[in-house]
Design a protein around this ligand. Structure first.
Ligand code: SAM
Length: 302
């Protein structure tokens, strides 16, 4: 995937994209990230990127010209006739590109959207600053506006780094064990069902073999998240400052471990994000486990 980031602070990205999975993905050529300094697309000697708002009001607004010119230089035409608005068939799917404006007013980023974006061939991320960007960017250039949460940041750069990170790890090959990105918090049931068989033993736990299931089936209490939060993880030492790893994880009974993991995932979701339970694909066993959790109340601590 090719990723272009448009910003007035190109140095901001020295660091955030140079570690771990994103760095490896860049080094192996899975992603190519190019940072574009919007000041290079200005025409005046002061390299002006902002101006006062029409109609008066607070602060400054990023001008449209440098942003349009920068996107033009990438060989991407203005939106009309190129991509439809977010949600259209054209704007999605492998081999496609998307011009994304980072905005507090955009669609909130979640795992479903990240997964959708990971299928793109090219992603252009426009970082706003000051009071925001001239609305013509949203109206005529970007095909999506994305927010990373319901709060206001001083600029789109942090949001761009967040999108790059979460999308990159979903590109096949970026994470060593692809199945692990399907078992994490928020992963939709449909994606868990796509997992091919896997089985692995590690410190304090075992995830039982999981076979490819039909898309419409629910994960029947597997290790996969199925839309829930992830189950708790532990590693060595088995006891640390008087805090012991749950006994079930060291007893080697794979069925008990699987059941415990699903139950703790349900309990943690109920405690921290009960809203997720509404959209989660719960099987028969899940419902029983959830009833157990509710019955045990505070006795069942995660
Ligand atoms: N006046 C804008 C509003 O009230 O919605 C806020 C502008 S903000 C100070 C400046 C820039 O930061 C925005 O143009 C956008 O690019 C970025 N930004 C702020 N909050 C964001 C969020 N939650 N997600 C993504 N980008 C955000």
């Amino acid at each position: 995937m090719k990723i272009d980031i448009l910003t007035i602070f190109p140095d901001f990205f020295r660091g955030p994209l140079d570690f771990g999975i994103v760095r490896r993905a860049r080094e192996t050529g899975l992603v190519e990230i190019v940072i574009h300094d919007l000041r290079n697309f200005t025409k005046d000697k002061h390299r002006t990127v902002d101006d006062r708002p029409f109609g008066g009001g607070e602060g400054m607004v990023l001008k449209p010209e440098p942003i349009f010119e920068c996107v033009d230089s990438l060989g991407i035409a203005a939106r009309e006739g190129r991509l439809g608005r977010e949600g259209s068939d054209q704007a999605q799917g492998a081999g496609k590109q998307s011009v994304i404006l980072l905005s507090a007013q955009g669609r909130r980023l979640d795992q479903v959207l990240a997964s959708e974006l990971s299928g793109l061939a090219r992603m252009v991320l426009i970082c706003g600053r000051y009071e925001g960007v001239d609305e013509r960017i949203s109206e005529h250039l970007a095909d999506r506006e994305i927010s990373i949460g319901d709060y206001v940041l001083s600029g789109g750069e942090l949001g761009a780094a967040v999108i790059v990170d979460t999308v990159t790890r979903l590109i096949p090959g970026a994470v060593g064990n692809a199945a692990s990105t399907r078992q994490e918090s928020f992963t939709a049931a449909a994606e868990v069902a796509l997992d091919t068989a896997f089985a692995g033993e590690g410190p304090f736990g075992f995830c039982s073999g999981q076979v490819r299931a039909p898309l419409d089936s629910v994960p029947s209490s597997t290790c996969g998240s199925g839309g829930l939060l992830d189950y708790p993880h532990y590693t060595r030492p088995a006891e640390f400052r008087g805090m012991a790893v749950p006994e079930v994880l060291v007893n080697g009974n794979h069925e008990q471990i699987r059941r415990w993991r699903r139950k703790t995932a349900l309990a943690k979701t109920l405690r921290n994000r009960p809203d997720l339970l509404e959209g989660a694909a719960l099987g028969e066993e899940d419902r029983k486990l959830l009833a157990e959790v509710k019955g045990e109340g505070s006795e069942f601590r995660v």
